[in-house]
Design a protein around this ligand. Structure first.
Ligand SMILES: Cc1cc2nc3c(=O)[nH]c(=O)nc-3n(C[C@H](O)[C@H](O)[C@H](O)COP(=O)(O)O)c2cc1C
Length: 187
């Protein structure tokens, strides 16, 4: 299975650092999963504005293709203004409603305050529910005190929760394998 590790921001380093840690854990847990890190910061973004899909730039076409071809996702998002970054929402807006259907998704989020973990529950999960993704019940929320100055995760509890997340994600991958996927219409 192809798993896309999506760094859902064009500002900041912590979500990328969390994904590197998850990549290590997934390799330890299940070496058969094919992993790809995707940083939204590496793309030249355009807003979804209703033009025909073939008129978007190559980066946006590549982004959509990578989402469509993946069999599962780890989504990493910072919290911006009590929500997810606009660039991540814009990426979701590009996707066909069936693009994530019955595919496993795990979420990690980083915020400047402890309280904003509910953004995952109240804002990100409903989007993924709309896509009918298989969202794992556990997610991991971090903030600055969990990292050292080089953005290495130093909090043991966070590391344990990331390992648990990876174990559950692996089970959701197995579940996803047994569910039929409909082909999605071409853009
Ligand atoms: C525009 C903007 C808005 C933010 N809004 C919030 C917020 O509402 N809640 C919160 O907990 N953190 C907020 N933050 C803090 C970011 O979530 C935090 O700085 C980021 O995840 C830290 O990652 P970094 O050190 O890699 O930049 C905001 C940051 C920016 C840049």
């Amino acid at each position: 299975m192809k798993i896309l590790l999506v760094d859902g921001t064009i500002i900041g380093r912590k979500t990328g650092a969390i994904l590197k840690q998850i990549e290590t854990y997934i390799k330890e847990f299940d070496g058969s999963l094919e992993l790809e890190l995707l940083h939204l910061a590496d793309f030249e973004h355009q807003f979804v504005d209703g033009r025909p899909f073939d008129q978007y730039n190559t980066d946006m076409k590549t982004l959509v293709k990578k989402f469509e071809e993946a069999d599962g996702y780890i989504l990493a998002t910072p919290i911006f203004q009590g929500s997810i970054p606009g660039v991540l929402k814009n990426a979701f807006d590009f996707l066909h409603p069936k693009a994530l259907r019955y595919k496993p998704v795990s979420i990690v989020a980083n915020g400047g305050t402890q309280q904003h973990h509910l953004v995952v529950e109240n804002q990100l999960k409903p989007i993924l529910d709309y896509f009918r993704a298989l969202v794992t019940p556990n997610y991991v929320y971090t903030h600055a005190s969990h990292f050292d100055k080089d953005n290495n995760i130093i909090d043991e509890n966070v590391l344990e929760r990331l390992q648990e997340l990876v174990r559950v994600f692996g089970k959701y991958c197995e579940l996803s394998n047994d569910l039929p996927k409909e082909p999605i219409d071409q853009h």
